[in-house]
Design a protein around this ligand. Sequence first.
Ligand code: DGJ
Length: 721
Amino acid sequence: MAERLHDDYLHFRAAGMSLVLDCTGGLLPRVVHWGADLGDLTRDALAFLALTEAAQVMSCSLDEPVPVSVLPQQSAGWLGTAGLTGHRNGEDFSTSFSVRSVRSVRPGAGEGPVAHRLTVDAVDGQAELALALEIEVTTSGLVRQRATLTNESDRPYTVDGLLLTLPVPGQATELLDLTGRHLRERSPQRHQFTLGTHLRENWRGRTGIDATLVHVAGESGFGFRTGEVWGLHVAWSGNHRSLAERTPAGVSLLGGGESLLPGEVRLAAGECYTSPWIYGSYGHGLDELAGRFHGYLRDRAHHPRSPRPVTLNTWEAVYFQHDVSKLKALADAAAEVGAERFVLDDGWFQGRRNDTAGLGDWYVDKDVWPDGLHPLVDHVHALGMQFGLWFEPEMVNPDSDLARAHPEWIMATGGRTPPTARNQQVLDLGHPEAYAYLLERLDALVTEYRIGYIKWDHNRDLVEAGHSPRGTAGVHAQTAAVYRLIDELRVRHTGLEIESCSSGGGRIDLGILERTDRVWTSDCIDALERQQIQRWTGLLLPPELLGTHVASPVAHTTGRAHTLDFRAGTALFGHFGIEWDLTLASAEERARLAEWVSAYKRLRPLLHSGTVVRADHPDPALWLHGVVAPDRSRAVYALVQTATSVQSPPGRVRLPGLDPDAVYRLSPLPPGNSPEGPTGYALPWWQGDKVELAGRVLGTAGIQAPALYPERMVLVEARRV
Ligand code: DGJ
């Protein structure tokens, strides 16, 4: 590990990305360049780069140029969204930090996912505040930063907001962000990056079912494979914001931070506030941008590396109808098709016969389970599967012993109780006793039942989330407390895996993923909807972190019917599972499902380590996505007909991501190799000899796609010869 002190220009390079920082003049760092690799640059070249970036002073503006630092300050002349907002009873509302030290460290190879680390210590003597900035570049080429603000005065300082930014060049003229709702997370929306601020702010007290995950600015018409793109992610599971701001002075930037409720962070003497990590990813095309997130996640020491077990989840199979013999039969059927993990969902604890009661009473229901969960757990273990259990720790039904005993543990303010959502309220983890109760319950149950996996749910937005007795705002403390709770549980139970679920994909961010092992991508398991939800969640997360299940023939949330091949082929590109009452499935269906399970087991080493690729195909009804092995020796592609096409036959599709100079043999991949389509005529290459072509040809000219019925897909494998 090499450590150096600087007050100069810094150039960090990783995986084809350059970040150039101007740390001169005792000012907070300014980003001179964030984007494509600039190559090896001398100190003089970096100084010239900074000089040529500096603009002239124009009429009707300040008489000095306005340096925009990663934490933009009004004292420097910045009149856009401020980096730090806060005050001491109305005073010290504006800051001017001077840098005391700049330290850069280059961790050695193999020392985790960080390639370069910069720490900047600054102080504002007048405002009596200290600021520590951490700016890191990961080996995958992400930039991430966070700030710690310390109150160095005896008088309290209230933090209203802390925003960290990264500039993007003027070429970024389009924005992409994601929105959505329950059962339809991650719907993309695109617009011009016009002058002004495009703000995505979330006050839901959880990451949000509509969270953008990544806020992207890019060149006009950018796609998965084309156009330069810059994206920002806020790694925080509570209130947060991200913005894209463009000023008439030619500054364009992306920014992000936690959104704080009034009075939520009030620093007494010596206390500090640390912002969440704010991530920036640059790419030539969205695939590269996503690949940097995937690479970073995979480089973490605690990234799940064991083969992702085929999971049967009981929710859509039985809902609240818990019956031991039925569940044992389901476990038998699960084991028969090759499942490796069995997860008992909602409905097992005291008084929980439906969603109106029981949340908070984390004791096994004696009426339904007179012998506890042991008969089922033992059965599952005897079948060679791991046992997992559902919890929703932060929630409480007013109709529960817990709520009756501790009404003061329910988050509220103003002497009123917030409106319920799914008949529930939020348990205030800011109360040490409530926190201790949950830790004890979770710990005891995990120990007693040798639970290997928790599905950790969170099914409502936080409304008026006050902390009793005074009703002070408590979302920040709640978010920090749930992180602590999960961390503590993981320390006590090495190897315990946790899924982050929140009405489906309502808590997906890199903050929760520091301490969980996958997400429940959506409550909607309709394969057609899942194609789009998984595609866009994949902007942040690699396939192995996405819970993807095969549901019943008719989707419970949309009423659409899909073939088993379409359902399973869609679930293949994630952490594969089943959420279907297999005791009702026919022998043929189970046999076919078992084939898909075997295919998943064969393919998971590739699917969970490779590079995710998506073609920019002109026909909006034909999607092609796939995963290419890290050494590009092999790839699996899915050709998905999402609707009927205007054109028929479909035409050529490109197979992206292959080594241009290598030759690949193409073959339709069973069990997803039978095109069911509107013509009885065979596609020549599909039926004929195995095609062998260079990656350059396959990625440029492409191959004729088979004509498919809508809502069908096929798989194609490319193997280097
Ligand atoms: C919402 C989750 O997203 C579902 O998968 C299921 O676990 C239910 N909650 C149970 O209440």
